[in-house]
Write a protein that binds this ligand. Structure first.
Ligand code: 6MZ
Length: 349
C-alpha cells in the first residue's frame, strides 16, 4: 500500500526506513550480519557452518534451542580483542544506516583465548568511542543465565569496575541466555542496582510463572520479550495483574519470537495486549544478523499487522525514548530530533 497525501507518496518500507528509530534490545553477537562476519575474516568453514545453521531457523519446526546454537557460531567470530572492536563498529554503522538515532547495544563479557572479560568490554567500548556514525550508543552488559554463581559474580565485579570508569557509556545490566537453562538471581541484580546500574531482564520468553513473578516483584527498569505474561499467551492471571500495576516497559522483538516459535505469527504477537491496554513498550531487533532483520523491517511488521497509522508508529518510537537509559540531556536531544523530523515530514502523516 502507498500512502498518498497532498500528492506525496511514500511507501511503508521507505517510511519505516527514514523514520528516526530507537533500538533498546540488540545483542552484539546476534547482530552480526553476513557482511560483518566476512569482514571479520571468519574461516570459510565457519561461515559455511553459520549458513548451515541459518537453515535451522528457516525450517518450520525450528526450536529455541536450535536458535541458541547460532549464537555460539556468531561468537566464534569475536574471539579476539580486534574482532570484538571491529564487530562493534560494524554493527553500530549498520544500525546508523538504518536511521537508528539511539542504540543500546548489549553483550555478554567473555574471557577467551588471550582476552579477559575486562578486555572484551574495553574492546566494545573502543568500538563505540571510535564510531564515526551519527548515533548515540550506550552499552548494557549481559549476564548469561546458564552461568553459575561464581562466574556471574565475577562478571558483575568486572562490570561494576568498568562502569565506574565509563559511566557515560555503560548504563545497565541484562539477564539473557537460553530461557530453558538457569534462572534469575535476585541478589546479583540487587547488587548491580546498588552500584547504579539500570536493569533489564529477559522475562517470560517461555512460560515460567514463578520466575516471572520474581522478576516483576524485583521491578527492573525494563523487561525483554514479555511473551508469556498475559493469560492468552501462557501466563497466569495473577502475573498479568501484577504486570499491569507495575507497567514495566517491555522490549518487543517480533521476528525473533516468530522465528523461534514463541509467537505463532506477527498478527498474533502479544504486542496486541500492550496496545489494547495502553502499556509501555518499544520495538526492537534482538539479533538482526541471526534473524535476518532490521529495525525498519520490525516497524513494518508492526505497521502491517496491526491497525496503526504512521503517526502511531512515530508515537511508539517517541515514547520509547522515555524507556532508554540515556541522560536527561540526551533524552531531550532525542525528542527534539524526533519532533523536527515529524515537522519536516508532515506531508507523510
Ligand atoms: C535470550 C538471547 C536471545 O551477548 O554474545 N541472546 N537471550 N533470548 C534471546 N532471544 C532469541 N538472543 C540473544 O550475544 C549473543 C547472546 O545474547 C543472548 C544469548 O545469551 C546469546 O548467547 P552476545 O553479544
Amino acid at each position: 500500500m502507498i500512502f498518498t497525501l497532498l500528492g506525496t507518496k511514500m511507501s511503508e518500507d521507505i517510511f519505516c526506513r527514514s523514520l528516526p528509530k530507537i533500538e533498546l534490545h540488540a545483542h552484539l553477537n546476534g547482530s552480526l550480519s553476513e557482511k560483518t562476519l566476512r569482514k571479520l575474516g571468519c574461516l570459510d568453514e565457519s561461515i559455511l557452518e553459520y549458513h548451515k545453521l541459518l537453515n535451522i531457523i528457516n525450517k518450520t519446526d525450528r526450536t529455541l534451542d536450535e536458535c541458541f546454537e547460532l549464537f555460539k557460531i556468531a561468537q566464534t567470530a569475536t574471539s579476539s580483542k580486534n574482532s570484538v572492536y571491529l564487530a562493534t563498529q560494524s554493527v553500530i554503522e549498520e544500525f546508523a544506516q538504518d536511521n537508528v538515532i539511539y542504540l543500546e547495544l548489549r553483550t555478554t563479557p567473555r574471557a577467551e583465548n588471550d582476552m579477559t572479560k575486562q578486555e572484551y568490554i574495553e574492546s566494545v567500548l573502543k568500538g563505540i568511542k571510535d564510531s564515526k556514525s551519527d548515533i548515540i550508543v550506550k552499552l548494557i552488559l549481559s549476564i548469561d543465565r546458564r552461568h553459575d554463581k561464581v562466574c556471574s559474580e565475577d562478571s558483575l565485579d568486572v562490570i561494576v569496575k568498568m562502569r565506574e570508569e565509563y559511566p557515560g557509556i555503560i548504563k545497565g545490566i541484562d539477564l539473557s541466555g537460553n530461557p530453558y537453562v538457569g534462572g534469575f538471581d535476585e541478589c546479583l541484580f540487587s547488587k548491580a542496582r546498588e552500584h547504579g546500574l539500570r536493569t533489564t531482564i529477559h522475562c517470560a520468553e517461555i512460560p515460567n510463572d514463578n520466575e516471572v513473578q520474581q522478576i516483576l516483584n524485583f521491578h527492573p527498569e525494563r523487561i525483554g520479550h514479555a511473551t508469556s505474561i498475559h493469560p492468552d499467551f501462557g501466563g497466569s492471571k495473577e502475573n498479568w495483574q501484577l504486570y499491569c500495576k507495575a507497567k514495566i516497559p517491555a522490549e518487543f522483538c517480533l521476528t525473533s519470537n516468530v522465528v523461534c516459535g514463541t509467537s505463532k505469527c506477527y498478527a498474533e504477537h502479544h504486542i496486541q495486549q500492550w496496545m489494547k491496554n495502553d502499556l509501555p513498550f518499544s520495538i526492537n531487533t534482538d539479533d538482526k544478523g541471526v534473524f535476518c532483520t532490521s529495525l525498519s523491517k520490525e516497524y513494518e511488521h508492526v505497521l502491517n499487522n496491526f491497525d496503526l497509522s504512521k503517526a502511531d508508529l512515530w508515537n511508539i518510537t517517541y515514547n520509547a525514548i522515555d524507556h532508554c537509559f540515556a541522560s536527561t540531556e540526551e533524552i531531550i536531544l532525542l525528542k527534539k530530533k524526533m519532533a523536527e523530523w515529524k515537522e519536516t515530514h508532515a506531508q507523510y502523516f
